[in-house]
Design a protein around this ligand. Structure first.
Ligand code: TRP
Length: 333
């Protein structure tokens, strides 16, 4: 079976967009892959994180993943900072990757913005750490959103240069599993912007821990237009907010947009929004209550994450040791 690695930042309760776009796909990939799911707290501190918030959010993200169906027995769930191999391999990769390569990374430019001089060095070498995450396990498949494609190309460039420089075939090529269009859940206030945890308006997103009343209110207030729902997919092109709601409905029922329009086309938004609310509530309520259950027993949660870290380290330690030997470090242990 192919080995999958993917990471998610502990940046607060995920949105419905994160769920449909990433987490739900992770859960499905578990059927026919060996998976490592990592809460990437080392990546998180490339931008300032309040320590107690980081701690809470890391546990929260682990709990959410478990609540969504990540299976910590058949697969591995762990926190990045709890497995040393990531940092050890990242240092080697800092010395393999070229400045020119990192200078081309569009995400650094976006995140550093105008105040580039004040960005952390960690933000700059973020992609090298991400490459280390994957290669420390010889993972070959990486489910990510489209925005991470360039980072995976860099991971392949690093593997290739390492293999070339040290005359080995050690790190395999990784294949991105770019997650499908169901992934593109947009803001409820503006159908042209992605639904985001960082949007100023909480009304723009559904959080995985929203209660039924909050969900109902947000969907009721979600921006639409005065026309009824269209019957043809083409007609969605000019109506981003409508397309978004129909897209969410389709993703949540595992149907295509055409099928949803067949059922709801020609009707007004009132009944459609009511049906959508019901769907979302039905889906998210068990996730919210399971998340709470995992968070309420911290000792058990931390124990589960320790077991995950031990199992992750058992895979990555020998791989990173071998990389260190190839580089020419004296192995004294
Ligand atoms: N950079 C990824 C993101 O922001 C998170 C991540 C870190 C990751 N390490 C990874 C994803 C390794 C896939 C594989 O979405």
């Amino acid at each position: 079976m192919e080995r999958i690695f993917s990471g998610i930042q502990p940046s607060g309760i995920p949105t419905l967009g994160n769920y449909l776009g990433a987490i739900r796909n992770w859960v499905r990939l578990q059927d026919d892959h060996d998976c490592l799911w990592c809460v990437v707290d080392l990546h998180a501190i490339t931008a300032w994180q309040d320590p107690s918030a980081l701690l809470e959010q890391s546990l929260e993200m682990a709990a959410v993943l478990l609540a969504c169906g990540v299976d910590p027995m058949r697969h591995i769930l762990f926190l990045q900072s709890s497995v040393r191999a990531h940092v050890q391999l990242a240092w080697i990769f800092n010395c393999v990757a070229r400045l020119g390569w990192l200078n081309r990374m569009t995400q650094f430019k976006d995140k550093a913005g105008k105040d580039r001089e004040n960005a952390s060095c960690g933000l700059y070498v973020y992609p090298n750490l991400m490459a280390a995450d994957i290669h420390a396990y010889h993972a070959t498949r990486v489910p990510v959103g489209d925005d991470q494609r360039q980072h995976l190309e860099l991971a392949n460039d690093i593997a290739q240069k390492f293999n070339h420089d040290y005359g080995v075939e050690f790190f395999p090529t990784v294949q991105p599993l770019i997650l499908g269009p169901a992934a593109r859940v947009m803001s409820l206030r503006d159908g042209t912007k992605k639904m985001s945890k960082s949007d100023a308006s909480d009304q723009s997103r559904i959080n995985l821990n929203d209660d039924p009343e909050a969900i109902a209110l947000k969907i009721r207030r979600a921006k639409t237009d005065p026309l009824p729902l269209p019957s043809e997919i083409d007609e969605l092109a000019q109506r981003p907010e409508t397309r978004n709601l129909v897209g969410i409905y389709a993703a949540m029922t595992d149907r295509d947009v055409g099928a949803v329009l067949k059922e709801h086309g020609g009707r007004g938004f009132g009944p459609f929004k009511a049906a959508l609310t019901e769907l979302i509530v039905e889906h998210l309520s068990p996730i919210a209550s399971e998340t709470r259950r995992f968070l309420n027993d911290r000792v058990a949660l931390i124990d589960l994450l320790k077991k995950g870290a031990d199992r992750a380290a058992a895979i990555s330690d020998p791989i990173v040791s071998e990389a260190e030997r190839l580089v020419g470090f004296v192995r004294v242990r």
